[in-house]
Design a protein around this ligand. Sequence first.
Ligand code: ADP
Length: 539
Amino acid sequence: MNGLMMEYPLTLDRIIEHAGRMFPHKHIRTKRPDGGMHDYTYADLHRRSRRLSAALVALGVEPGDRVGTFAWNHYQHLEMYFGIPGAGAVCHTLNVRLFPKQLAYIVNHAEDKVVFIDASVLPLYEKVSAEIGGVQHHVLVNAPPDIETTLPNVLHYEDLIAAADDNFAWRSTDEQMAMGLCYTSGTTGDPKGALYSHRSMFLHTLGENQAMGLGLTETDVVLPVVPQFHAMAWGLPYACTLAGADVVMPGPHLQPAALAELIESQQVTVAAGVPSIWNGLYHELQAAPRDISCVRALVVGGSAMPRSLIEGYERELRVNVIQAWGMTELSPLGTVSKLQRHHLGLTEAEQLDIKALQGTPLGGVDLRIVSDDGVELPWDGETMGELQARGPWVIRSYFKREPTSEHFTADGWFRTGDVATMTPDGYMRITDRTKDLVKSGGEWISTVALEGALMAHDGVLEAAVIAVPDDKWSERPLAVVVRTAEGGADTDELRRLLGDQFAKFEIPDRFVFVDALPKTSVGKFDKKVLRARVADGTL
Ligand code: ADP
């Protein structure tokens, strides 16, 4: 027998309508390119998002068309997050830090019909526009009216909004309609598209706002440092809007000093970004102290947050760090690391150990770890296996690709490509990505664990460990280290440090000191580049 409840489509227009009614007075503040603050409310966001939808329909955008955004985090980009899906179209966020070739590949693969482009990144887009076919309209955002551009069919964002109809009925009528498209950053191969539906994103929003998730409320002031072009800014724009939290957008100002100033002046309570951002902020605050104790949750994800950095924030700056794990393919949030009641009696050091784990699955996400031959492994905190996930906000296929056994199991799970352990009480620890593990003499070595230990040294700013081919052991770890300005760490010292925590065979044979580590477009250590440098003998 079926239940007798309403068929109520879970579409994102419900979220912005809710905010328009409940939180019309709450603020969205954006740091403008010139450094000033733009300030408006959810009432404005609501009105302008609807106008944007109307404008897109007037331009000829049809349900299911892809509309690209090439922009930093700001209020107009929030309007696109609602206005594009509200027109029945798909909001395809483009990473402004992509190599030109990849950018052209992605726009062409997605067949974007309209692209919104920030004036500040217009030259990057112009460089590849000749290789892009099919875009019918380019809409410039934050551009002076007399801006010169080589792009054809150019419109200005404010003109588009001004000419649009206020009486527009949202076109997102079916919760299964696609609403967003985001390509993986390609750390492990060609970029692949995750195509979200209204339903999946709505449920992700509810999942994210669970108390054991990020649990945003109306009392929060949220700073998404994670770019809107990276995994939908981890879903924060929707979670904030549903909760009625104030939003602070950094625009292009992502340097540590600018972030420190923004957090303090706006009294931010929740800030979210990748570890390299928080590493930079931590060192900035050491050099130029500011009071950021307003932050109740410093959310970090995208790569493992070194335990030493969590400790620095918690002990010295009195800031609560919350680690989260996710993937573009999971919309992206999968786990969040918060203490449970049975941890309350633990020592501070033991509690930090828990916070350094990737966390427990959100209600709505199933996780399991599996051996190479497909056998499910125990949750004992030690056994490592491939992490697999399923749930209503996990992809079942990549955009325009058949699901294959490389990414999906026969019994309906998504293969994350991460290697993890699970504790008996459900805390996941990423030990590596399958492609980054070092296999030495038949034993697996976790590069993530070595990197965390190295970065705990005062003299080490960043460290990446990669596998290098070895005749005897098949692979050996190599550590590539960036020292802090004060210097300090040398090979012997680092070897001694690791000797206290790791088996002999796990300690890298070679330590190379460099000025900077190559990073991917989303700020992760780019191990592909490091491996290529080893191969061509430059490392
Ligand atoms: P890409 O797959 O191109 O790197 P994503 O941004 O989707 O793009 O990255 C997802 C991956 O990032 C995960 O599979 C995992 O390896 C890594 N990751 C995300 N969060 C964490 C975390 N808190 N700790 C360790 N690794 C993480």
